[in-house]
Unconditional design. Structure first.
Length: 478
């Protein structure tokens, strides 16, 4: 009896021997129900459920790049048999697809977290391995290669090494992370899928294949995922990340380390960007908050140029800028703020950028013209900067600056407050509201084009047009 037969007999005697094919099948079935296919615009990839309570799926950043929302499908079974036909899932995407939003992006790690709107019953989260994989260890993965007509494709392999690596992806950005290098193939569509050990625990997230080599693939090590789940983002400056989180707007991390906010306006989508603070010469580090408007190869039309010039005078922060992008000119509204600016001041700046672009948009201008035509009667718009003077009981005069420019914001008593509504005055009645509370409401009396009064609650408030716009330089700490 040779040594191999002796080992097999001994293993059988203690009941610890398992046929490799059976072991692989067991791992496949264990991981299958936690694996998903992600459809993001015209591309697809793989992901894995890692937190059932929070409905969190991890995938690669390059799978969801540029997509704030995606569709996710889990495995489907008919009479206990797995449906593997890709066409079936595409044809039934409305029925079985789950809407999901991309909540965290870390391009430097090529990882992203996706939050599902709902979770099918009995879908377990895949546990994370306590430690990284080791060279020589057997690993397994499930993916959805786009070159195959089937989904939920199984692959096995061996770990070659685990080490820190810089990867330049064809998507145009670099990854700096600890990777698990295997000889298990990773094809387009497999990206974001689980790489697990024999216990079915996640040791890495499949990422890419080295193009100029044979059977060398890279997966992002589980240690990188654990750091991301703790809130450590390799790509974003901690100050920018803290700021973006505190603002409460949905955002996407860019490969450059900047932040992109996407807003849904009534007639169009709008983006606002915050760049990582940078120091130029002796100047302090500054945030750049930018709202792009358009790109054109033609000179600006005179009407648009006049409108932009007029707008720049209305807003207390920022100005329109043009710069060359290849043969085209990019038009953006940009505001610069100190890197230590209070959150409320940054929030205000974002809304100023949004308002500048919104009011310049052709659909917005057309809507204003339609409104004027519909109303017929003349109406006043309180544009520009005004000073309010109030006579208090003590007869002392207090000056407070107000800004009316369609931005839905007012600087009241030195405090930036969000204001709901517009300031179009009809029938000489003016109402200002802050949140759900009425700030001013009363009879408006025009004295000159530069001055008017508001009679409310037995008190007269006088508004005078500001001669020179004053920049907002500070706001209360929050």
């Amino acid at each position: 009896m040779n040594s191999l037969v002796k080992c097999i007999v001994a293993a059988l005697a203690v009941g610890s021997f398992t046929c490799p094919s059976r072991a692989n099948e067991r791992v496949y079935q264990q991981v299958l129900r936690s694996t998903v296919c992600i459809f993001a615009d015209q591309k697809s990839g793989t992901g894995v459920l890692i937190d059932a309570d929070r409905r969190l799926v991890v995938t690669n950043y390059h799978v969801v790049q540029g997509c704030p929302a995606v569709n996710v499908v889990f495995t489907h079974f008919e009479e206990g048999k797995l449906t593997t036909d890709r066409r079936f899932y595409l044809d039934h995407l409305k029925q079985y697809g789950i809407k999901a939003k991309v909540t965290v992006c870390d391009p430097r790690r090529d990882l992203a977290l996706v939050e599902l709107e709902s979770l099918p019953d009995k879908r377990p989260a895949l546990p994370l391995a306590a430690e990284s994989a080791q060279a020589g260890q057997q690993v397994h993965s499930i993916g959805n290669p786009s070159a195959s007509s089937a989904l939920w494709v199984y692959t096995s392999g061996t770990v070659r090494q685990v080490y820190a690596k810089t990867i330049r992806l064809i998507q145009g950005f670099s990854v700096n992370a600890t990777v698990v290098e295997t000889q298990s193939p990773v094809n387009p569509g497999d990206s974001g899928g689980p790489l697990v050990n024999d216990d079915g625990k996640l040791v890495a997230v499949n990422e890419s294949t080295v193009l100029n080599a044979v059977l060398i693939s890279d997966s992002i090590d589980v240690s990188e995922l654990k750091q991301l789940l703790k809130g450590s983002n390799k790509t974003v400056d901690p100050r920018v990340q803290k700021l973006a989180s505190s603002l409460g707007f949905p955002y996407t991390v860019l490969p450059t380390g900047g932040i992109r906010f996407d807003f849904k306006e009534k007639d169009f989508a709008q983006a606002v960007f915050i760049e990582t603070p940078r120091k130029h010469g002796t100047e302090p580090e500054m945030f750049k908050i930018t709202a792009p408007y358009s790109r054109t190869a033609e000179p600006l039309a005179s009407e648009l140029a006049n409108l932009l010039l007029d707008q720049s005078g209305h807003f207390a922060l920022g100005a329109w800028e043009t710069f060359n992008v290849g043969s085209q000119k990019a038009l953006t509204y940009r505001i610069k703020l100190p890197a230590d600016a209070p959150t409320e001041l940054v929030r205000y700046a974002i809304d100023v950028c949004r308002a500048a672009v919104r009011e310049t948009h052709p659909k917005y201008q057309a809507a204003l013209l339609a409104l004027k035509a519909k109303n017929g009667a003349p109406s006043w718009t309180l544009d520009g900067n005004w000073i309010v003077y109030e006579k208090e009981a003590s007869q002392s005069e207090s000056a407070t600056r107000l800004t009316f420019s369609g931005t839905s914001f007012v600087l009241h008593a030195g405090i930036l407050l969000e204001v709901r509504g517009t300031y179009r005055v009809a029938d000489d009645l003016l109402t200002l509201t802050v949140g759900n509370n009425t700030l001013r409401k009363g009879k408006l009396r025009w004295m000159t084009s530069e001055k008017f009064t508001l009679e409310a609650a037995g008190k007269t408030v006088e508004f005078r047009k500001a001669v020179v716009p004053e920049a907002v330089t500070a706001a209360p700490a929050v």
